[in-house]
Write a protein that binds this ligand. Structure first.
Ligand code: XBP
Ligand code: MG
Length: 256
């Protein structure tokens, strides 16, 4: 049987709950800075999350919710400008340390490293956002824990397209059968499954009701000795939090 060699993590919603109190706030502040009266409240942002990628999300908002908004001549440049401001505001927000990693994430990353498992990242967000999150939560050296940080426009198509996972596997020099993916959303799950990666899902408030057909295991969080997870879909046996034994079992079952 193929050995489990690497864990590949999504970022937004999986490593940290970045969407509601991070990205959403940054979008709104960028809109205000530009003199726009757009306000993405919590429920509306949930609808907008259907579209991955910040620039794509702004365009989708305009098309679907602001058909009356007069389109600037250079719409692409206008959206790029807004998104650049949003990225600046978002990375500043992360710098203020307000967004922690989700429960169990640091524990699992450290355990994986100690056991010689390799780590990778596959996300649609902008690369500087990933570095800012890692550096501000795990320390300045932590980006080097990951053998690949595949992000944003390194590939032509964002999730649910499989491109970012193809890129990550290629950079790791591994096959899907040697890895597990960690996701929080249906779009992420579709991307990972499209390349054949067994996928463990940790849901959050925005993704709790998504269709996770095809996931190996769906739980509320990775958990830990003091905070057991709740299984939403799939089988975790006697495990009460995600550790390397459970991951080995999930991997074994996926390839049985
Ligand atoms: C994350 C996203 C991103 C972020 C915003 O999806 O959809 O668009 O919300 O990041 P996933 P940017 O977790 O599936 O990778 O504004 O930098 O695009
Ligand atoms: Mg995600």
């Amino acid at each position: 049987m193929t050995r489990l060699r690497a864990l590949i993590f999504d970022v937004d919603g999986t490593l940290a709950d970045t969407e509601r109190d991070g990205h959403r706030i940054a979008f709104n502040r960028a809109f205000a800075e530009a003199g726009l009266d757009w306000d993405w409240d919590v429920p509306l942002y949930g609808e907008l999350l259907e579209v991955t990628g910040g620039r794509e999300r702004i365009l989708y908002y305009l098309d679907r919710f602001r058909p009356d908004f007069p389109r600037p001549e250079d719409l692409d440049g206008f959206i790029r400008g807004l998104h650049l401001a949003k990225t600046r505001i978002y990375t500043d927000l992360l710098g203020s340390g307000r967004i922690p990693l989700r429960p169990g994430v640091e524990r699992l990353l450290r355990a994986a490293r100690a056991a010689g498992l390799r780590l990778g990242i596959a996300t649609t967000t902008t690369p500087v956002n990933v570095l800012a999150l890692l550096e501000n939560t795990l320390g300045p050296e932590s980006p080097a824990w990951f053998d690949v940080i595949a992000a944003g426009e390194m590939v032509p198509a964002k999730k649910p397209a499989p491109d970012i996972y193809v890129y990550a596997l290629d950079a790791l020099g591994l096959s899907a059968a040697e890895c597990l993916a960690f996701e929080d959303s249906r779009n992420g799950l579709l991307a990972a499954r499209a390349v054949g990666l067994p996928t463990l899902v940790t849901v959050n408030a925005y993704t709790r009701d998504h269709d996770f057909t095809g996931a190996s295991l769906v739980i509320d969080e990775l958990g830990g000795p003091e905070r057991p997870f709740t299984v939403i879909q799939g089988e975790a046996g006697e495990a009460r939090w995600v550790d390397l034994d459970l991951l080995a079992e999930v991997h074994r079952r996926a390839h049985a």
